[in-house]
Design a protein around this ligand. Sequence first.
Ligand SMILES: *Cc1c(COP(=O)(O)O)cnc(C)c1O
Length: 447
Amino acid sequence: MQTRNNNESGSETILTKNIKMYYISTRPNEERISFREAVLNGLSTNGGLYLPANIPLLPSSFFKDIEKPDDKEIAFRLLKPFVGDSLNDEQLMGIISRTLSFPIPVVKVEKRIYSLELFHGPTQAFKDVGAMFMSGCLSHFEDDSGKKTVVLVATSGDTGSAVAHGFYRMPGISVKILFPKGKISPYQEYQICSLGENIEAIEVNGNFDDCQTLVKMAFEDKKLQEKVRLSSANSINIARLLPQMLYYFFAYKQLKALGEISDRGTVVSVPSGNLGNLTAGLIAKKMGLPIKRFVASNNSNDTFTKYIETGKYSPKASVQTYSNAMDVGAPSNIERIHHIYKRDNAAISSEISAYSFSDEETLTEIASCYSKNKHLLDPHSAIGKLGLQKALKENETGIFLATASPKKFSEVISMVIQDSEFENPDLSACTKTAMDNDIKQLIDKIA
Ligand SMILES: *Cc1c(COP(=O)(O)O)cnc(C)c1O
């Protein structure tokens, strides 16, 4: 990796300077652990989420010269300080190469409105990057306890498929994916259930929050932890979260090349559910990425929107919408956001605005964006665009994250666009098991 370090400017010294990186819990305790341990544990012993103890600040020269290094080089330089000694340079570069094996293009949609397409990976949604990165990390983190590693995931759709593909056929790792019965799209179900082998798809008689609660309960079960090494691959895992910050740097790099970065500022809209992607963006901003502010674009699960409006956080049960990967009533990453901003509500709402949109508004946007721009949006990305339009002030440049491919949500899109052609997934070759919303049944499946 020496060659990598030679040609770069001052930023390199900051990035490779030996600041020892460690991870802490969002709920204060004594834990000070390495990246490796944080990835393997998933959740802190006191139920908190892990965060890096400090976020390195990049020098402005890094952004001035951001066109020079290629994306993998940028990824390496950004992720290295967070990974610390847990992976050597060669291992980290190998994981990055496997993770960034597909394009992440910025596409112009209309005047001053761009889309960052995060859906060109194996499961056509943004979670592929985090899942590939995390599975790559785990493949290097051998377990010396002799226990088998079980990756346990609750999904409202896209996490499950991304994790299933990221961990498929990975030796020594078995994966259990909990999804809410009848609440994910046929395409998502196909992607989760069609792999088999080390991937078990479990259909839960309940909603996404039930699935998430079951996973949390399993992690809190000391007896279970003695038998198996449990790992979460949800966005709560720090190895899922950190690589997502790369999107924002790649967006910036491409907007800069297009001449769209100006003093008037760049606003980024993030279609949000569990707030993992948004949190990764906030970390990128803390590292110095010149983003003026963020928009958390929500569907009618408006817990975060209400929080930004009122300063009060009141989690509630989720409701089902067309943008089902965002059907979250109690977003777990709110803990990380609170921690990053030291619980300063005023600071949070000055950097993040939030809006909620109904299914009807989502459909209307899909139809109008298609007729105006010949640009097809999936329901999540449509909400991202709606939020951006609401937040964008004159002369600012806006970009929304296009988090899923329209073809993953063909049933919704065909409600408003008749001439769209999509293939239907073949669900006949799929395998899944079923369970009730009952922790005992889950423990039986794991142990
Ligand atoms: C997961 C997901 C989201 C929400 O991302 P969070 O990090 O949970 O906020 C948005 N859109 C799509 C398509 C997703 O799969």
